[in-house]
Write a protein that binds this ligand. Sequence first.
Ligand code: ZN
Length: 214
Amino acid sequence: MGPRSVTDVDSRNELVRLARSLHQRGFTRGTSGNLSVRVAGGMLVTPTNVSLGELRTDDLAMVSDAGEHLSGGRPSKEAFLHLAMYRARPQDHAAAHVHSTYATALSCLDDVDDDDVLPPLTAYFVMRVGRLVRLPYFAPGDHGLGETAERAAVSSRALLLANHGPIVSAPSLAQAVDAVEEVEETARLFFLLQGHAIRPLQPAQIAHLCAGRA
Ligand code: ZN
């Protein structure tokens, strides 16, 4: 590969900064969680078996659109999931996946609407996430998850993998990280509110938010 472009260096620095920030604030534990950014020739993705809190720019893996490891550290075993999001959503250029506690707890519930898992509790959830769709359970390493995620991501950028955790894609890495945090915080609110009568945002209020975003 030739010298790294300015964009590539910026992407690497931002990936490392936001990965550390997610880890320091408890959104990832151990070596779980992975982030990616689309760059010329494929994507930069966080490596396997490295804590997001300890990441260095040279650890990042470069992976082609076909899933081939081109350079850097060994890519996350969940890199295929990021590629599936990008195939479905050409408008998005970054993705964030975590095993955060409340969102993962939500992913294990029996009696929720898989097509719309969380109610519209706050304006920020509506604006940053929209609709959270739950996918069926797949064992780690089962690439069948890639096809299922790709189909679902066409109509929703926020997916909740059953008994596992959320992945969100967005136009920028900052937006993807914001959105995955919003999923976690809204899942936390959802559990705090169990047993209470909830007043979610109403359709007219949601329409107003979506009109403001357009
Ligand atoms: Zn995972």
